[in-house]
Design a protein around this ligand. Structure first.
Ligand code: SF4
Length: 245
């Protein structure tokens, strides 16, 4: 089991190590960027407990778990990942597995046949090209089958603990609703957020916005009445104005 991501101080937005290990009671700076304020408020609401299993493992397992997670709910991803890693915990084991056996183990996830072939190929490629190691750059990760920019960024953040910003549907939707960005596609959202978020905040952005998107700022009928961001959110203020007309 890997270390958990370091937690944000919910008042300052800094991690504890950056305040000398002491709780930082400083009032948020007046110049705090809205994106930083958003993450601070989300950390205060959702905390820093991991919300799933498959992003808390080794880099290899985060890689395979994230491929399994594509277009699949977390609970099904976690069930499939646990079953798969109990039989095939490493690239060496995965590379010699039969694709039909992998299919049977990961059957809870969507597109399990396509994913079984992809993760089998990933095992073979990691052995052949990387001596069994998981590459630790986004560019190298994206050469693997089924690995796009979001999956590669997840491996960087959750597998290696390095700054990156995985932008999935939750991050893209919430950042646009709040008004932090005005973008059409996740790639633009990633660029826009990376321009304004200090590097120390990048690692918590995905986790906090996914938690928020799964519980409060859902795709349909967001629960603005119970949202800690309502006072700073463009979508909520527009809805308030509309209702007063
Ligand atoms: S106020 Fe509403 S739209 Fe804005 S972030 Fe919260 S739930 Fe989402």
């Amino acid at each position: 089991m890997k270390q958990r991501l370091p937690s944000l101080d919910t008042e300052s937005g800094r991690r504890p190590s950056e305040s000398g290990g002491r709780p930082n009671r400083a009032v948020p700076e007046a110049t705090e960027h809205p994106a930083v304020k958003t993450l601070r408020l989300l950390a205060a609401r959702h905390g820093n407990d991991p919300w799933n299993w498959h992003t808390q493992q080794t880099p290899f397992q985060v890689l395979i778990g994230t491929v399994l997670s594509q277009r699949t709910r977390d609970e099904k991803t976690d069930a499939a990942a646990r079953a798969l890693f109990s039989r095939y915990p490493s690239p060496e084991a995965l590379a010699v597995a039969r694709v039909e056996e992998i299919e049977a183990l990961i059957r809870p996830v969507n597109y399990y046949r396509t994913k079984a072939k992809r993760i089998h190929d990933i095992g073979i490629i990691l052995l052949a090209r990387y001596k069994g190691r998981t590459p630790d750059t986004i560019a190298e990760l994206m050469k693997l089958p089924g690995v796009g920019r979001k999956t590669a960024s997840c491996v960087m953040v959750y597998g290696f603990g390095r700054p990156a910003l995985p932008v999935d549907t939750h991050v893209h939707r919430i950042a646009n609703r709040i008004g932090l960005v005005r973008t059409r596609v996740p790639e633009e959202t990633e660029r826009a957020l990376c321009e304004v978020l200090p590097e120390r905040h990048l690692m918590s952005c995905n986790e906090l916005m996914v938690k928020h998107g799964q519980t409060i700022c859902r795709p349909r009928s967001p629960k603005c009445g119970e949202c800690p961001l309502a006072s700073v959110c463009l979508y909520a203020s527009t809805a308030r104005e509309r209702n007063h007309l």
